[in-house]
Structures are given as structure tokens and as C-alpha cells.
Design a protein. Structure first.
Length: 70
């Protein structure tokens, strides 16, 4: 009997997928959960050299956000 993927947290589901890599149903449930809980922000592509000057700050901010999610 498979666990209830909808009741699992994202972290629990990720751990389950890593242990059961051939379980497509769990993988798709994880992808659905990621999409539903999406918190990312899209940035437009840089259009000038001045835009690139802010790129390190954006990467640092993204890295800090990413560390908080895992």
C-alpha cells in the first residue's frame, strides 16, 4: 500500500522519492506540490551591462532563499 502523497510535506515526499526512484506516481505528486507551492520570482533577461552589475546581488538573494527551502 502506498502512502498518501497529498498528506505528505514537500520534505517528506522528496525523501520518499529519493528512496523509491522508480515510483512515477510519487514523482508526479512531488512536481504537483512544487508547482502549487511555487514562490519563485521571474526576472527579465539583462539588457545592458548596467543590468549585469546587479546580477551578483540577485544570485546572493536567490541562494539565501534556496537555503531556507531545503
Amino acid at each position: 500500500m502506498k502512502p498518501d502523497f497529498k498528506a505528505m510535506s514537500r520534505k517528506e515526499l522528496r525523501a520518499y522519492i529519493l528512496k523509491h526512484r522508480d515510483d512515477d506516481e510519487a514523482f508526479y505528486a512531488y512536481m504537483d506540490k512544487l508547482q502549487a507551492e511555487a514562490t519563485w520570482v521571474e526576472f527579465p533577461a539583462p539588457k545592458s551591462i548596467d543590468d549585469l552589475k546587479n546580477f551578483p546581488e540577485l544570485l546572493e538573494k536567490y541562494g539565501k532563499q534556496r537555503q531556507g527551502e531545503l
